[in-house]
Unconditional design. Sequence first.
Lengths: 399, 969
Amino acid sequence: MTEYDVSNDIEAIVEDADLPRRLKDEVYETLADRDVTTEQADEIVQATVAEYYNSRVDPLDPVGTVSAQSIGEPGTQMTMNTFHYAGVAEIDVTQGLPRLIELVDARKEPDTPMMTVYLEDEFAQNRERAHEVVWKIEATKILQLGDVSTNVADMLVQVALNEDTLRERWPTVEDPVEVAEEIAATIESKLGVETRQRGLVIEFGPEQPSYRDLLQLVEELREIVFKGIEEISRVVIRKEETDQGEEFILYTEGSAFGDVLDIEGVDASRTTCNNIHEIHRNLGIEAAREAIIEETMNTLEEQGLDDVNIRHLMLVADIMTNEGTIESIGRHGISGSKDSVLARAAFEVTVSHLLDAAIHGEIDELDGVTENVIVGKPIKLGTGDVNLRMTSGSGEQAD
Amino acid sequence: MSQQAPQEIGQLSFGLMDPEEYREMSATKIITADTYDDDGFPIDMGLMDPRLGVIDPGLECKTCGKHSGSCNGHFGHIELAAPVIHVGFAKLIRRLLRGTCRECARLCLTEDEKREFSENLDRTRALGQDLNDVTKAAIRQARKKDRCPHCGEPQYDIQHEKPTTYYEVQQVLSSEYSDRIAAAMEPDEDSERVTPTELAEETDIDPGRIQEILSGDFRPREEDRKAIESALDVDLTEEDMNKLMPSDIRDWFEAIPDEDIEVLGINSDRSRPEWMILTVLPVPPVTARPSITLDNGQRSEDDLTHKLVDIIRINQRFMENREAGAPQLIIEDLWELLQYHVTTFMDNEISGTPPARHRSGRPLKTLSQRLKGKEGRFRGSLSGKRVNFSARTVISPDPTLSLNEVGVPDRVAKEMTQTMNVNERNLEEARRYVSNGPESHPGANYVRREDGRRLKVTEKNCEELAEKVEPGWEVSRHLIDGDIVIFNRQPSLHRMSIMAHEVVVMPYKTFRLNTVVCPPYNADFDGDEMNMHALQNEEARAEARVLMRVQEQMLSPRFGENILGAIQDHVTATYLLTNQNPHFNETQALDLLRATRIDELPEPDGVEDGEEYWTGRTVFSELLPDSLDLEFTSSAGDTVVIEDGELIEGTIDEDAVGAFGGEVVDTIAKQYSRTRGRIFINEVSSVAVRTIMHFGFSISIDDESIPPEAQAQVDEAIEEANERVEELIETYERGELESLPGRTIDETLEMKIMQTLGQARDSAGDIAEDHFDDDNPAVVMAESGARGSMLNLTQMAGCVGQQAVRGERINRGYENRTLSHFEENDLSADAHGFVEHSYREGLNPKEFFFHAMGGREGLVDTAVRTSKSGYLQRRLINALSELETQYDGTVRDTSDTIVQFEFGEDGTSPVEVSSSEEEDAVDVDQIADRVLESEFQDEREKEQFLGETREPTNLSEHADDWWLAQSDD
């Protein structure tokens, strides 16, 4: 039945063994490579099973505490230094302990949001094409395209667009005046004023001549995002070696994950961002879990603590995403939503938990760890969760 | 002691208490504010009434007849003269007032809405989410109603003045209504004057009445007022604040029907809303507020007692005043005062109210404050308990101990006892302990007779008592060698911070450790103290031995490699032993191995000058298991090859035997057993100690000095760097510096300068390094990974380098300069903290100052980090503490919610797999090879390999001979 060259007896032995599929296949492979008797095969399988059992976590192992300790303990060795250059020298990203705290807190907005945008096909190979994507992503303010001056005598704001800049940014557009028209239209719609356009110069002023209104308009003009995504203030292009060969990758300061995924040329399957909530919104909870693992691992690696077993991070990510939404670790999240009143009271904000419990007439079933420590009962973890008793008297073995 | 059947708490239910219940459980009513009379006896019906329990030893409790210590105390009660609000529920009271009808007290929601909310509530409860969100929404909905949907009564807004005052805000006819109407009837820009007749027509009010209203003789009724208001577009009302007294609120709440309360998430069986307004105040038992007698004989009362005194005083004054028929104003003042005292009795940290203070000005610590925070009841007393049978003292090293052992001072061993259950077999032994008495070492402190009576063993009665010891007795004997104890060093950051050790009783006052257990405890011997706990039952002892013993914790679950191993001098020693592969004659070789179980040397490696010799690698190979095969790269950079338990080539150093993942240790612990691993580590450390004694190892300042020509080179390199920096600055000042992408020109300059100076330090280091011999002790330590790094060496011998604060060159201090020694806007290297001297040369004052700035940042960083990471750890542990793997492989919490279907997606134990290497936990290839080649010493090993028999895990250190005899390697 299997594609491996083994006898039926051996196959029966292997199939009967309590091994996961992957290991069974490996056993077949090994056995097929060697000339073994059925007896030897049996021994190999038996030894493999023994080894497999040995490598598994023991039942009733308090893996939660072990994982928490395994992440918390290296925390004491991390730096507090917030800003450091991660991978890309040009973009500052929160690192070290503050970033780790930010992740387990599940903050709505990271301190330094950023994205890594991968590109598709020719966008990834051609710098010009990559730049096209950059222009679509990076927030372009009108200020960056030309000079703004105020003419107090005529109560006018003058925007003198720079032809070179426009040509650089819109290489496909023949006449920069077309772009200027577009800009004028944007200004009209955003500021609600009439504009006059002469070539590359756009003029407009307040409805009634007022010096204050004029300055107000200039201020507002600064805020107008003409092209790109408002949240993204800067984009850096880097050529990097990836498993798909050498390609251009964009790193952004600020993030708008959902918007970027829709842009042409962006490889949505590889693009990521460091805001786990954005990933949750756009790609769902499993992606968020993956992002938590990835981000915590990166944070630890950056600090030279890459030896932390990824299984611990998985457990943390799993409990944070267990409810289907991202819950933080702490009083507003997991610890605050525990069933037990005593466990909640013993963590933080003791008094209000007790008062609320009284009003709601809550009952503490004393299932968890903290509650049982408080009332002085053995906790139901590890050896405390086993109900085995040795029979006294006769030395015979019960079967 | 009574031998009752042990009782266990099954569950705890929370709820409010009925005032009647308070009265019932009360031992006495408290009426006097005084505590003790002139003779020092508690006053009857006073705050220290003997019926409330006893605190003085020798007295008897009047309620239960027990003595201090066994009587838990009993509650009393105070009948409050008037109801007062419980501060903790102030918000909820406000919500209830807003959500229920002022007339019929029913919830202002229609039946449909009610049903909807209570369904919603059931759903949230089932999902285990926060109920408050639903109840808040229900109240919000109810507040929208102008009139009660049940009785039609108009509803008014409730204002809450923190902490405990409530007002009902009504819109009533303004006192100046006539003026307002008249003003509105006057013509303005775009309307004509309204005549009274027109107004009468428009509002359907009798014109005569209108006249009366206008003259102010008649107050219009509500509907008339509304009609006039709409006709004239005026507002004739003003706000009237009607204070709700606690008694009013209580009456109001009493009328709320049970089913309406349920919609708000209040459990009507356990908690009625009117119970949130206190009419009876329970008085905590005296045992909860013991008074202490000061040295001068004066009694000092507890904060709670002080607060209760205040409450009773005001309560009495209130009653007296009311009976005397005092004016309402005075009564209200007293009522407020009573409210204040009851409020601060429960919580003395309410914002907006001044805290009640002690005579000395210190705020009182009342009920809330007792529960809250780290030292509060919950975290301080309930979650963290004090224990008996524990000891704490300074630790010091002892390389002659096994890593499983701990040296316990004899005076500790005599204090900490283990219980022996005497039977026929150990009777003699038990008697011996008792006859030794409590003073001489393996003695006993207490015996317990069969009838449960506990007797103290004294020097005088020990001989006599020893005769009496019978089977069935219990003897509390001293700790002796081989007992298992738990050993701990704070902070307990991971599970290896608490491990079980076997006792070795020793003289003097410190706990003794083998140095190889320093890494898991993160201990050193600069004055560290550790705690020891003696276990008190067989189950605990068995668990400690099997699960918690040091050798069982050899592998860290964090990274899946060994955390025990050679450290510091051990690593230096193995390096010296194996790097140059020195030769030893028979005496020397045997001397190196004298502390191990090896007492015979293998065949000599050769003959030199007519004398047989053994190489260092051969000596080291003696410690390895015979069948070990291994190949890896050492931290010294060469390839280590081990074949059949023989070190063929390579240097044994940090990467081979060190703590935190030494390859050899890791492999032995995983492929052989923890016991074999322990023996290996112990022997490596003993051989290492002998080795380093053989070679001798020391370091001094001279070891870091470099020849003058090297020093000249270093100076030159630094001078060159300084010049390059000057060049950069000139380019910058000329405005010709090209900025890096995404950086300003200033930032670019800083980065380039930092880079240049970094290179300068490195090249200084390289120059210095070239002039060090390979046997230079600092180089040996850095190379082997024992201690220090090449960077440390560079800083000692070459150049200390750039000092940084917040990742930048030092830029703070004076305006535009760091120190007054420099000119303003000086961008040069030395003006911004570049230290061009080495530690050996010494720093000049300016450099020293900059160095201190950098150093200070490091110290601050550490201080901030410890508190932050401590909190992170606490939160993580709290969130994950309930997770446990089950027999079916899933990870669930204690309420059986599945968090993972298989731990870490594959169910592999993190202890068994190294996270730094991409290897499978189960290597089928290797297993097959072993089975086919039958590399087994005997049947037993094969059985173990096949998983038919298991290695015993509970063997004491003293069973080593037996264990080794079983599998001889």
